[in-house]
Write a protein that binds this ligand. Structure first.
Ligand SMILES: [Zn+2]
Ligand SMILES: [Zn+2]
Length: 222
């Protein structure tokens, strides 16, 4: 879809004028140079594609907590997972709190015996790994700044690529992961992220959690 805008493909970094049309309508310019590169990350991107995502998390939280209140107390983590896995919630992290986040934390801790998050990349659902990243990243984020939605889209794409690279997918070289990583940083530095002077703090935290060169996750889960 042509809009006159150009940007770097979120997968390979090639300058392009084609972007995800559903996301563009929702206010997010996510560039993909080709249908192939859009498809590479589609399994994850489809779960948030076209969503404006929560600029203000609280209305969504209220809605979610309202729904959770209707879940009978005897429901297990599996029930909660089934209940929330329909993706009719507008945003994965905020609406995931607290029940789904708890469930995912239990699940990831069960799978991650070494307690090193990097070890489960490629071995589990990307959307179980991402909440752990946010739990470590969020303390470095400014409160009340509408930064999250655009970064969430880009972080999802980065983790989608990291997942496939860890699975030794020949279509996902390390260079693509490094590019997606760079796109997150460039987004934080752009006016669109609206984080202003907090960008450097956020980028430093990001670099501490994921090595920009090796793409190794330095996230020790508790
Ligand atoms: Zn591309
Ligand atoms: Zn999209």
């Amino acid at each position: 879809m042509g809009t006159g805008k150009t940007g770097a493909c979120l997968v390979c970094g090639k300058e392009t004028s084609t972007l995800c049309s559903k996301c563009a309508k929702a206010g997010h310019d996510l560039f993909f140079c080709s249908p192939e590169h859009q498809k590479l990350v589609w399994a994850e991107h489809r779960r948030v594609c076209g969503r404006r995502l929560a600029l203000d998390p609280w209305p969504c939280m209220a809605e979610f907590l309202d729904q959770v209140a209707k879940v009978p107390a005897y429901y297990t983590a599996q029930h909660i997972h089934d209940f929330t896995a329909g993706h009719n919630h507008p945003f994965d992290l905020f609406t995931a709190q607290p029940a789904l986040a708890d469930f995912r934390c239990v699940e990831i801790r069960r799978k991650c015996r070494s307690r090193n998050l990097h070890d489960v990349l490629g071995k589990t659902d990307v959307f179980q790994v991402i909440p752990e990243f946010w739990l470590h990243f969020c303390p470095a984020t400014p409160v009340g700044v509408a930064w999250y939605a655009g970064m969430q889209h880009r972080v999802d794409i980065l983790f989608s690529l990291l997942h496939r690279h860890a699975q030794e997918d020949p279509n996902v070289p390390l260079a693509y992961c490094r590019n997606a990583y760079k796109q997150v940083e460039e987004y934080l530095l752009s006016p669109a992220s609206n984080v202003g002077p907090c960008a450097s703090l956020m980028i430093n935290t990001f670099r501490r959690l994921i090595d920009p060169d090796t793409m190794v996750l330095h996230i020790k889960i508790l």
